[in-house]
Write a new protein. Structure first.
Length: 387
């Protein structure tokens, strides 16, 4: 089957955050929204069909996760990335962001130091600050046109820390960390006794020739120190189903996580649509995902081509993974407010402001490439007209 990712699907008036919240987010309801990380593609029909079939039964009561749910996760992770996980390692969470917060509560105490690698996904800051922990930044640096880890700084920052929240693939800079980088992170975390909280929600969306590696799959010692979060939400455009999972190989670490999730917060139940949707996605989604990745790679190539031709002062950090691209507008000499006026109110393009990813994100914007190719072209043309 060939899937049509060029199709323009009207999402307005569906209580869609990306489109229906434009006035509140941007102060302009007419922007072309390429910000929040969901897709403008149809969710896969095989997922919708599976949920519709379940809804032919008239009772929507309390629901457990059946054997087939766990088998689908185990098969998918092994098939896509070569990690053989066990059923007992899998724990529920109602989303990766809630899961990060559960992990912070489970593995650290108020005041403890937690390291994040900026610029990074804004909820990482919240998971630390809103839970009364101490935020420590290990800023990424640029070398040879890509963002890399400053390992000397990381070594210093991990000293006395209790956890690191790792983003791999990295949101927003699009890096897919390689084996050498991940092993160096793992060894430093072991050296300092630091728990690895690894957000791998984008791990299915890897652009060729790159390959995703789970840090917990590289060494049994890393696995024992890790909790890895994944979900079908980014992969299959199912964020509204609020279903994700953690993989926690170490029994004691898993028990601490489950104590917070199920006993302190009572978040262990899940929901019917999410359970059914995850299983359908992971059982039937390989071909759909392969075509999606090819399409997103095409969008990234198009963005690069258009920027070179129409906005050559913008520096693009082309993604190795995720469907997000990180763009540096600082050559225009505009502060963030002036750049917002240009992009939002003159060009009418809605991007994520880089400053929300950390102070070292100022002058940057994040663009979402999980959209019809026509949107990418239109966005660059609009920006070029005013810059």
């Amino acid at each position: 089957m060939t899937y049509n990712f060029d199709e323009v699907v009207d999402r307005t008036n569906t209580s869609c955050i990306k489109w229906d919240a434009r006035q509140g987010v941007f102060g302009n309801p007419e922007v072309l929204p390429l910000w929040v990380a969901d897709m403008d593609f149809r969710s896969p029909q095989f997922v919708i069909d599976a949920i519709a079939q379940r809804l032919t039964h008239p009772v929507l009561g309390y629901t457990l996760r059946p054997d087939s749910y766990f088998e689908a996760i185990i098969g998918w992770v092994k098939r896509r990335n070569g990690w053989s996980i066990e059923r007992d390692w899998i724990a529920h969470c109602p989303g990766v962001v809630p899961g990060l917060n559960v992990a912070v509560l489970a593995y650290t105490n108020p005041g403890d130091r937690i390291v994040i690698q900026t610029p990074v996904y804004p909820p990482f800051f919240d998971a630390v600050n809103h839970n009364g922990r101490t935020l420590v930044e290990n800023p990424l640096t640029v070398a040879d046109g890509r963002f890399v880890i400053d390992f000397d700084d990381l070594d210093q920052k991990l000293a006395g820390a209790k956890a690191i929240i790792l983003s791999n693939p990295h949101n927003p800079v699009g890096r897919v960390f390689d084996e050498e980088e991940l092993r160096r992170i793992g060894e430093l975390c072991l050296k300092h006794g630091v728990t690895i909280i690894s957000d791998e929600i984008h791990s299915d969306i890897i652009l060729p020739p790159h390959r995703h590696l789970h840090i917990a799959n590289l060494d049994e010692r890393f696995a024992a120190a890790s909790v890895t979060f994944m979900a079908p939400s980014k992969t299959f455009n199912l964020a509204g189903l609020s279903t994700a999972y953690a993989v926690i190989p170490n029994a004691e670490r898993r028990a601490r996580y489950l104590h917070v999730l199920e006993q302190q917060l009572h978040l262990g139940m899940g929901n019917i649509a999410g359970i059914v949707g995850l299983e359908a996605a992971y059982r039937h989604g390989d071909e759909w995902l392969d075509q999606l990745v090819t399409y997103i790679k095409g969008n990234a190539d198009l963005l690069e081509e258009l920027l070179k031709a129409m906005l050559p002062k913008v520096t693009l950090y082309k993604p190795e993974g995720t469907y997000l691209a990180w763009m540096d507008f600082s050559a225009y000499g505009l502060d963030d407010d002036a750049l917002d006026r240009k992009l939002i109110h003159e060009a009418q393009v809605g991007l994520n402001s880089g400053s929300t990813f950390g102070t070292n994100g100022r002058g940057f914007r994040r663009i979402n490439l999980a959209c019809p190719r026509a949107y990418v072209k239109e966005a660059v043309e609009r920006m070029a007209r005013v810059l």
